[in-house]
Design a protein around this ligand. Structure first.
Ligand code: X2X
Length: 345
């Protein structure tokens, strides 16, 4: 260490000591409770993942780190696209958050929302578990949070109350609720739909009243939120994007924990993430997709696109992909394309 920085550190430590009585200068005292933000609660795979993380941490730290779940992004009044800023500012201590909701602040996260980038689950894994995932964690760290593990919301399928959708023409004029990044507005505009941005909290009454016709979300969200009861009777399985979840902690909170507790929290996040991904894929990544049979039994019509039908959606959204490739970062997207091409199926 250079003498100057050594002196600076010594001075800083002395100043800190002068202002603290008893407590050590470098670690703040533990809080009696830590606030974890989530968009949805424990009826959903996402909320279950948060619960598993909190339970493992409480158990393994003998209650030193006690985490309370705040679903509905209630710490920021449901405004999910502000979650990342609130995390950075310390309004939220930790979160399991969707890449979509954080992409307004971290433009690289739009990668996962590039239409038709990831053709299957192996492609998602090739990104999150490969060089792209590593790079994304460096980016998140630079953006001001401590990223620990990946989870998954899931493949976002198209639903609406009006008619079966098999072609981009079928989407014409449908009012579709979207969330998060302007990328979603571009995608649905390119498809001829009429996209409108709103929070998840506002979306559900909008389906019920018919103020909007459709939406896109994973089928695990569809079933847990019972979207068939608010008119969403048509599903198109098009797998156009999937949103991973990220387990993160606010930087100051992280720094306040001992290295041993940090290790516990990190390992618990990785375990919870793995379990959560399995829960999120249940009924969808096995032969016959049994979850879809359950949904059809609710009186929902499910369209499975042929490869040629799917291609029409890929073509129509290609200009959006090309435009947003530049925003996300050409290098990162190219790496993602390479990782996907090389994936084990
Ligand atoms: O708002 C949504 O659509 C949701 C629940 O999937 C997210 O938070 C991204």
């Amino acid at each position: 260490m250079k003498l100057r920085s050594f002196l600076k550190l010594t001075l800083a430590a002395a100043a800190a000591l002068a202002f603290t009585t008893g407590a050590t200068a470098q670690t703040a005292p533990y809080k009696s409770e830590y606030k974890m933000s989530l968009v949805v609660g424990t009826a959903f795979p996402w909320g279950k993942g948060g619960q598993i993380w909190a339970d493992l941490v409480r158990e393994r730290t003998q209650g030193r780190i006690n985490i309370k779940l705040f679903p509905g992004v209630s710490l920021i009044q449901g405004d999910q696209t502000r979650e990342f800023s609130a995390l950075r500012q310390g309004v939220i201590d930790m979160a399991v958050g969707s890449t979509i909701n954080w992409s307004p602040q971290v433009k690289e996260l739009n990668l996962f929302s590039l239409p038709f980038l990831m053709p299957d689950y192996a492609a998602i894994d090739a990104l999150t578990q490969g060089p792209v995932g590593k790079q994304m964690f460096v980016t998140l760290d630079k953006a001001g949070v401590v990223p620990l593990a990946w989870g998954e919301n899931g493949y976002r399928e198209l639903t609406n109350s009006k008619r079966p959708v098999r072609t981009p023409e079928d989407l014409k004029g449908l009012k579709i609720r979207v969330v998060g990044s302007p990328l979603f507005l571009d995608t649905f505009t390119a498809l001829g739909a009429n996209p409108t941005q709103m929070t998840w909290a506002d979306a559900q009454p909008a389906f019920a009243s018919g103020a909007v016709d459709g939406q896109e979300n994973p089928m695990s969200i569809f079933t847990a939120a019972k979207l068939h009861n608010v008119g969403q009777k048509n599903v198109t399985m098009w797998g156009y994007v999937a949103d991973p979840l990220v387990f993160v902690v606010n930087k100051e909170i992280w720094a306040s924990w001992t290295p041993a507790d940090q290790k516990i929290v990190r390992e618990a996040a990785i375990e919870a993430g793995k379990q959560e991904i399995a829960i999120a894929r249940k009924g969808l990544d096995e032969p016959g997709q049994p979850l879809l049979k359950d949904i059809a039994a609710l009186g929902v019509s499910i369209v499975q696109l042929t490869p040629a039908e799917r291609d029409a959606f890929v073509k129509a959204t290609r200009p959006v992909y090309d435009k947003w490739k530049k925003t996300v970062g050409v290098e990162l997207v190219t790496q993602a394309e390479k990782s996907i091409a090389a994936r084990k199926k």
